[in-house]
Design a protein around this ligand. Structure first.
Ligand code: SAM
Length: 183
């Protein structure tokens, strides 16, 4: 899928997409740099869109890993389902239902590019709660955002929150790396 197709979907569904361009390669690199490649991991991706982070994750992840994606836009879901990688599982349901699919403390990383600032407060709190529930001790919740609106929510939800900033995206973005401890 090219940038134009992503732009068209973003304009059609602006409230749920929350961006008019995909994450840049440098932002993606920053977002997932903490994900190790040397051992099998169980990873969840929230809001993969057309798969720009998904493909970078699949390139990075150990062959024994799994990557489960939750995406609500059916055009993006069809696109993701065409990615030829048996480690990838795509669910066409909202991220607020993620814990239906996993045991507590069974996931190493939740990688999210959900447009948190556009998601109703009670829904995003539920997504964070469910992410906490499925993450292993020491597991991480990784998220980028164009402003710091949800820094407070993440600070209240996780024991450790690191924030970095990158100009290498349009618009520039903040990258959060959050854990419940023991990282
Ligand atoms: C900003 S786009 C991110 C696209 C791509 N991952 C990137 O970083 O460029 C946000 C994506 O989240 C999806 N989305 C929005 N709300 C969602 C929800 N509750 N559950 C799952 N996906 C959602 C949208 O359909 C869209 O594809």
């Amino acid at each position: 899928m090219n940038n134009w197709t992503f732009f068209r979907e973003a304009v059609r569904n602006f409230r749920s997409t929350g961006a008019i361009a995909r994450a840049s390669p440098l932002l993606i690199k920053r977002l997932i740099e903490a994900v190790p490649s040397h051992r099998p991991l169980r990873v969840i991706e929230l809001g993969p869109g057309d798969g720009c982070i998904t493909t970078a994750l699949l390139d990075r992840l150990h062959p024994g890993s799994t990557l489960t994606a939750f995406e609500i836009n059916p055009v993006f879901v069809r696109r993701l389902q065409q990615l030829p990688d048996s480690r990838l599982h795509v669910h066409s349901v909202g991220a607020e239902r993620l814990s239906e699919h996993f045991a507590p403390q069974s996931i190493d990383f939740v990688v999210s590019s959900l447009p948190l600032s556009m998601i109703p407060q009670e829904v995003k709190e539920e997504i964070i709660r469910q992410s906490q529930r499925v993450l292993r001790p020491g597991g991480q919740f990784l998220q980028y955002q164009y402003a710091l609106q949800d820094y407070g929510l993440l600070k209240d939800s996780f024991n450790r929150v690191n924030v970095s900033f990158t100009l290498a995206n349009l618009p520039p973005a903040f990258v959060y790396s959050c854990s419940l401890g023991l990282s």
